[in-house]
Design a protein around this ligand. Structure first.
Ligand code: GAP
Length: 441
């Protein structure tokens, strides 16, 4: 993880929030390359989950919602973690994570392992961030920063269905920020207090839920493989009955083998009709679906694949990180899937003379109309390749003396390091084809 964090900082993927003021713990800003990478992750999800399907539509809800939403959803009463304080060192731990939590005292031991450790009884701590709407800070004006994007989808179920004329089964997808006042955030982007979720609620006929749960667990696991994560570093872990959330009939996590061990990347939950029923009860509105064929009213059941955009970005970074030897020199390379890579191709004039920079600038302009591209003429060509390899740029295009004679360039592949020569006027089509080609590892 340290290598990933260092690379991310050094090359402008992420910076600590408010760094010049000493930083704000567990909050991260995405730099120029990071924002492209994370945007590509979200775009891939949106394209595959919404745009490429007839049965899912999108939504973008506000972060602040009516406080009754959180009563109905159960978050106000039950969205809490058990908190334990140490009277000796003043550290705070999640009671259910004691075995994997570090005590701040040295030599390093887990929480509660020193003789002088003095842990309190566990008490429940609600994870929702509270704030006030309007100028008066009283109980009547309390609102919460949403802890999940899902509830915006449930409360808009009727609005979306009637305006999009979708028929069951169909889904509503949303990408957006969520906030949780986590007791023990950490491990870089893995657990933060402000993060982005990519959630989809799929509404089905009661009785069809097991079929769709199976469908979505398989589909979501495969999605990560499709974008280059090695299949042997992914697994599905069904939840045991005592782990299930209050609303869930079943749940399976897509887990990734992070440097911190196997951990949740995405959860797929079978939520029954809990949410729509509760919102109908608390709002007094009829949220049942009318089935035209059977002429029945019913509350649809829900299957929910819920992913984290930051956690997925971290998994793609971790999985892509590699060190090997290129042209006799050690190199660091991010083997990112081309669809996710922040920069798709870099253009290099071999020499800074003989018209090569001008020709390279022309090629750069040609390509940037289609892709995110970079131009680099500084330093030896080998070093320029290394710089791009390290940030995952899949293709390098070099303009050399032959280009000046016959308008051909070399195209280098980041992973195989193979180079082919092709005419400039075939470059766009060749890159389009290579970027669209399936590429699993
Ligand atoms: N609506 C269901 C729900 O929110 P969740 O398992 O609590 O389920 C879904 O969250 C996903 O959101 C997780 O699998 C993870 O990828 C991401 N996530 C949750 N808490 C997070 C945190 N504190 N920091 C970063 N990502 C988080």
């Amino acid at each position: 993880m340290d290598k990933i964090v260092n690379l991310a900082k050094r090359r402008g993927f992420t910076f600590q929030s408010s760094e010049i003021y000493g930083g704000l713990a567990s909050c991260w800003d995405y730099g120029p390359l990071g924002v492209e990478l994370k945007r590509n992750v979200k775009n891939a999800w949106w394209r595959d989950m919404v745009q490429a399907r007839d049965d899912i539509v999108g939504i973008d809800c506000s972060i602040l919602m009516h406080p009754r939403v959180w009563e109905a959803s159960g978050h106000l009463a039950g969205f809490s973690d058990p908190l334990v304080d140490c009277r000796a060192c003043k550290a705070r731990f999640r009671a259910d994570h004691l075995a994997s939590s570090q005590c701040p005292l040295k030599p390093s031991k887990t929480a509660g392992q020193f003789e002088k450790c003095d842990l309190t009884e566990a008490r429940q701590f609600n994870l929702m961030f509270k704030t006030f709407m309007g100028p008066v800070e009283d109980t009547a004006s309390v609102v919460y920063m949403r802890p999940e994007t899902a509830q915006g989808i449930f409360v808009n179920f009727k609005n979306v269905q009637t305006t999009s004329r979708q028929k069951i089964p169909f889904g509503i997808a949303q990408i957006g920020k969520s906030f949780r006042n986590e007791i023990t955030p950490g491990n870089f982007l893995f657990r933060t207090r402000e993060f982005e979720q990519m959630e989809m609620e799929f509404f089905v006929k009661p009785g069809d839920d097991d079929h769709w749960f199976d469908y979505w667990t398989r589909t979501r696991l495969q999605w990560y493989v499709q974008y280059g994560i090695r299949a042997d570093r992914l697994r599905l872990r069904p939840h045991a009955a005592d782990e299930l959330a209050h609303y869930a009939k079943g749940c399976a996590d897509v887990e990734y083998n992070f440097p911190i061990g196997w951990s949740e990347l995405e959860g797929i939950a079978s939520r029954t009709d809990f949410d729509l029923r509760r919102h109908a009860e608390y709002s007094g509105k009829d949220l049942r679906h009318f089935d035209e064929e059977s002429r029945e009213h019913y509350f649809p059941f829900v299957i929910e694949p819920a992913a984290g955009a930051d956690r997925a970005t971290l998994a793609f970074l971790v999985d892509a990180y590699d060190e090997d030897v290129a042209d006799g020199e050690p190199r660091t390379v991010l083997r990112l899937h081309p669809a996710l890579a922040p920069i798709k191709a870099a253009v290099f004039p071999l020499l800074r003379k003989d018209g090569q920079p001008e020709k390279a600038a022309m090629v750069y302009d040609l390509l940037r109309a289609h892709f995110a591209v970079d131009y680099d003429q500084a330093g030896a060509i080998g070093r320029r390749y290394r710089r791009q390899d390290e940030v995952g740029t899949p293709f390098g295009i070099t303009i050399d003396h032959q280009t000046m004679q016959d308008d051909t360039v070399t195209l280098r592949d980041r992973d195989t390091m193979e180079q082919i020569r092709l005419p400039i006027d075939r470059l766009v089509a060749e890159l389009q084809q290579r970027l669209a080609a399936p590429r699993t590892r």
